[in-house]
Write a protein that binds this ligand. Sequence first.
Ligand code: PRT
Ligand code: ZN
Length: 283
Amino acid sequence: MIRLAIQAKGRLNEESLDLLKESGLVVEPSKKKLLTKCGDFPLEILFLRDDDIPQAVSMGVADIGIVGLNEVEERSFIVDKVHNLAFGKCRLSLAIPKSEIYNGIGYFQGKRIATSYPVLLERYFKKEGITAEIHQIAGSVEIAPSVGLADAIFDIVSSGGTLITNGLKEVVSVMDSQAVLIATPNMESDKRDILKQLMMRFEAVERSKGMKYLLMNLPLDRLDDATEMLPGMRSPTILPLAQKGWCSVHVVVEEKQLWDRIEGLKSIGAEGILVLSLEKMMP
Ligand code: PRT
Ligand code: ZN
């Protein structure tokens, strides 16, 4: 049995649960429970505040956890970073009132900066040779300048909408973050095996994201044109058709190139094109 800590509620909760679901792991619904089992896989889910996940994993209260890289780096507990999960993407940035003129990092010298990430900010300022007053605030950091609590902020930004609403502008992006899978150091070997199985499922889900499965009938003599047209074509499968001179081509393509590919394939005589969703992709 392996225990996974995920955020109980908040921005990473839903996507963490979605990843488990797409990996075929049914989390037994128990809104009020802290700990719940996971279908027929040897996995327990521990619901925590995101701030507590790095420590819980570091201490082995949970074996693994899903949490923002920003929290992992800020808390400085010793954990293994096992995998980037590609959701919860955001950045940690310095922002100042939009009316201010920004003339480089020296702007922050002697200024008061409000943040929930004092460790990361201090580390960054140290590297840049800046001495500033760092004020730790638990929430609503973005209102600090307008109420006179600070001259600038260091906070999480994703769309940037919150900064604009609060009359601020982003001037330095210090760190990129996303949800990461972390693990307790020196995990026992039986747990390591379960983690491996879990990783295989996560990676299969990940690989299939943004990919589509295309099926079509193609005149045999246009096969070379099709291969040329799809340089990134991953392992095409070519099957003979009952109708002479034709074959069936199956190929995985990136969703963002789907319509271009379809038009190209039609122009070389592809017929009966089917586009299917890809659920899992094994290496
Ligand atoms: O209750 P708990 O302590 O568990 O949750 P929390 O309130 O501390 O964290 P939560 O749920 O807000 O965020 C969890 C994690 O999501 C963060 O640690 C980041 O890793 C990640 N994440 C991704 C974000 C954002 N995007 C994000 N946009 N966390 C916070 N925000 C905030 C941002 O600070 C801004 O105030 O959302 C607001 C909207 O952002 P804009 O730029 O899109 O306007
Ligand atoms: Zn939190």
